[in-house]
Design a protein around this ligand. Structure first.
Ligand code: FES
Length: 120
């Protein structure tokens, strides 16, 4: 188990390798995931306070490049909780205009990940 702190929500022990967006959602994290966890929408974005992963999926990196958001935020649907980390949820469902947060992302990262190292 590893520790996940979600700012303004709490601190939780999470099974290692859990997808971050699910760890947040399943611990009352109030997060959107409009594209169902496929690195297409950015509504699952988080800011890392601590413990930012050093690797990206190619899909995440391409989306962040497209949005000119490298270094600004990460896509929680493309990260796993594999060590202690602290995050701020940037797109809360409760304050968005979305009727629902989006379909539940798959337990595994989708699309199937190609991992690349931090290119910042
Ligand atoms: S980019 Fe859409 S849920 Fe992560």
């Amino acid at each position: 188990m590893v520790k996940l702190l979600i700012k303004d929500i709490g601190e939780f022990f999470i099974e290692k390798e859990t997808k971050l967006v699910l760890a947040i959602q399943d611990n009352n994290g109030d997060i959107n995931h409009a594209c169902g966890g496929n690195a297409r929408c950015t509504t699952c974005k988080v800011k890392f306070i601590d413990g930012e992963p050093q690797k990206y999926t190619q899909a995440e990196y391409d989306k962040l490049l497209q949005e000119d958001a490298i270094g600004e935020y990460r896509l929680s649907c493309q990260c796993t909780v594999d060590h202690d980390m602290s995050v701020i949820v940037l797109d809360n469902h409760s304050t968005s205009n979305r009727p629902d947060p989006g379909s539940r992302p798959h337990d595994n990262i989708t699309p199937p990940p190609t991992w690349i190292s931090n290119k910042k």
